[in-house]
Design a binder for this molecule. Structure first.
Ligand code: DGT
Ligand code: CA
Ligand code: CA
Length: 582
């Protein structure tokens, strides 16, 4: 069992004890869970080398909880947990994933209304029973109903950042099988949608039987849901389903076009085919019985009077009309969207100086390896307590350190420039908590909201615009504050903020962390339309996370952003000149 799996069980035990009103234990189990979640090492390895004694050295773990961890590592089960679940048959995992429903709420709802799961919760909220409970009222009920709405949209979906590496792994293994030619994952993964329902992989192969044998025997397979000579569906141990379809080469392009979707794009494309008296399906494009094409996607789009289209654009939101115009030589064709190799530097990177894991030098050299020309160090600063923020003195020391490193890099011709930056905090009133005399020494100043998420729409909008007006602020980082599948964006008038960004010369960040992807694609599209400049950053807290850039780029592509819209595709001086203009 992994650290996170064990932590999850401990968290549930804490909640179950809380519902049972057992004193002290809930806190104790929660502490162990937090400790395991942030442990830098696999707890099973710790146990293997040091036994129970080593487990007890983990912060928060005592004699009893060490025994529980041992039981989980050895057997994959925990008797205590099973017994608690039996006496309190509540679907904690499900209920806590509804926004605004915590342990206390679950406890009251179970005791007063016998609510055991999300279905019960929705019934009670819809019939007005929750509003009638003491300390709840209409407002709490409304909040729960809103939480349920969000829950339904996100349930059963997986983050692209978790699924894409799995899909690539599967592709790689399939590619190695003799006789396999084309291998491509289609569907929402190919379109780089932010959340994914399932994995759809298409291949062409000389020996389909062999492929299916290898596919169904992959170690991560939990269950074979359907098995056939050309299509197999599995459930993987991560919970996601994976399909493989084996296609004859002459149908491959048609299948790829069809299974890439999205559904609405397909419907629109098919309408064009019908208008031309043609038939389009996953086997090809036909006039009557005669097959006109199907080997490649290009062929299909061409027969329909369009050029090939990047998968990220296929959402039936104007791309088809644009492609038709382009093919006819008319203006307003498809955008020349930013490419995966177009970024020249990352502008949001944390180091050991605040809450990162690596040194400035390590981050810079890792950036160099990625081919970057510049990297901007933007540790937390000011009065923010949670993120080990730097005070004025420490910022000044960091500035000196960066000067020194840059001088050393120049001498050794390393070929990457380290920029000075900071991620400042926007207070509830829109203040920036570091004085101008420090901020003016930095190349780029980022500002972001880190607390007070529940302000009214007017207040939140005014707060951010006030920060944008600050003469040193260049970039608003993760502007909507959402965390995908966990927290919807805070209430803001984004149109107003984008207009202010344009007027004030402030750039909007596209944060590449795959649970943020903030701005969202539809926001990016608006920003492009308004001529608002953006930057794509990783917000990396260690070297490896610099690789998250591709998710931000994917998001930018889905938002129709071109190179010119994204400042960190620009050469260093041109980019700095833009920031300095403010
Ligand atoms: P997902 O898996 O929910 O993240 O999203 P997709 O887009 O991968 O959807 P999925 O796996 O259900 O189906 C793969 C593709 O197959 C989809 O993008 C378009 C195509 N497709 C599925 N259902 C339909 C349909 O009813 N009509 C048409 N025209 N295409 C469909
Ligand atoms: Ca899919
Ligand atoms: Ca599918």
């Amino acid at each position: 069992m992994t650290n996170l799996e064990i932590a999850k069980i401990f968290r549930e035990i804490a909640i179950l004890y809380e519902i049972d009103e057992v004193p002290f234990k809930p806190r104790a189990y929660e502490r162990v869970a937090s400790s395991l979640e942030s442990l830098g090492q696999n707890v099973a390895d710790i146990y293997e080398t040091g036994g129970l004694k080593a487990l007890e050295k983990i912060p928060g773990v005592g004699k009893n909880t060490a025994l529980h961890i041992e039981e989980l590592i050895k057997t994959g089960r925990l008797k205590l947990y099973k017994e608690l679940k039996k006496s309190l048959p509540i679907d904690i995992d499900d209920l806590t994933s509804v926004l605004g429903v915590g342990p206390k709420t679950i406890q009251i709802l179970y005791k007063k209304l016998k609510i055991k799961n999300v279905v019960d919760l929705e019934k009670a909220a819809r019939s007005g029973k929750i509003a009638k409970l003491a300390h709840f009222g209409e407002q709490s009920q409304e909040k729960i109903l809103k939480g349920l709405e969000f829950y339904k949209k996100s349930h059963g979906r997986f983050l692209l950042g978790h699924v894409l590496p799995m899909a690539r792994d599967i592709e790689e293994r399939l590619r190695k099988i003799p006789g396999v030619d084309k291998v491509q994952t289609a569907g929402s993964i190919r379109r780089r949608q932010e959340t994914i329902g399932d994995i759809d992989t298409l291949i062409t192969a000389k020996h389909p039987k062999k492929v299916m044998e290898i596919f169904t025997r992959m170690p991560e397979v939990e269950e074979i849901l359907a098995e056939g000579p050309t299509k197999t569906t599995l459930r993987l141990n991560s919970g996601i389903q994976a399909d493989v379809r084996i296609l004859p080469p002459e149908d491959y392009g048609a299948a790829l076009q069809y299974f890439t979707g999205d559904k609405n794009h397909n419907i629109e494309v098919r309408k064009i085919a019908i208008k031309k008296g043609l038939k389009l399906n996953e086997y090809g494009i036909f006039r009557g019985k005669k097959k006109l094409g199907g080997k490649t996607e290009e062929e299909i789009y061409k027969i329909l009077g369009m050029g090939w289209m990047e998968p990220e654009l296929r959402t039936a939101s104007g791309e088809i009309e644009a492609a038709l115009r382009q093919a006819q030589g008319k203006p307003n064709g498809l955008p020349k969207i930013i490419g995966y190799d177009d970024i020249r530097g990352d502008l949001h990177v944390h180091t050991k100086w605040s809450e990162g894991l690596n040194t400035i030098q390590e981050m810079a050299l890792a950036g160099k390896k990625l081919g970057y020309e510049y990297i901007s160090i933007s540790d937390h600063v000011g009065t923010l307590h949670i993120a080990n923020a730097m005070d004025e003195k420490k910022v000044l020391r960091q500035i000196k350190e960066i000067d020194k490193l840059n001088a050393g890099f120049a001498k050794k011709k390393i070929g990457i420039k380290i920029l000075k930056s900071a991620e400042t905090n926007i207070s509830a009133d829109g203040d920036i908590d570091l004085p101008h005399k420090i901020l003016e020494k930095l190349d780029i100043v980022l500002a972001a909201v880190h607390d007070h998420f529940n302000l009214s729409k007017e207040k939140m909008t005014a707060r951010i615009i006030r920060a944008m007006k600050h003469k040193n602020v260049n970039v608003i980082a993760h502007p909507t504050g959402r965390v995908i599948l966990q927290r919807p964006p805070y209430e803001i008038d984004l149109d107003k903020i984008l207009k202010a960004a344009k007027e004030l010369g402030v750039a909007m960040e596209i944060n590449s962390f795959f649970d943020r992807l903030d701005l969202r694609d539809e926001d990016i599209r608006k920003a492009v339309g308004l001529g608002v400049k953006m930057v794509i950053n990783t917000d990396a807290h260690n070297k490896t996370q610099l690789n998250l850039m591709e998710y931000g780029i994917a998001q930018a592509r889905r938002g129709w952003a071109e190179k010119k819209d994204v400042l960190n595709t620009w050469p260093l001086q041109k980019m700095l000149d833009w920031f300095n203009k403010k």
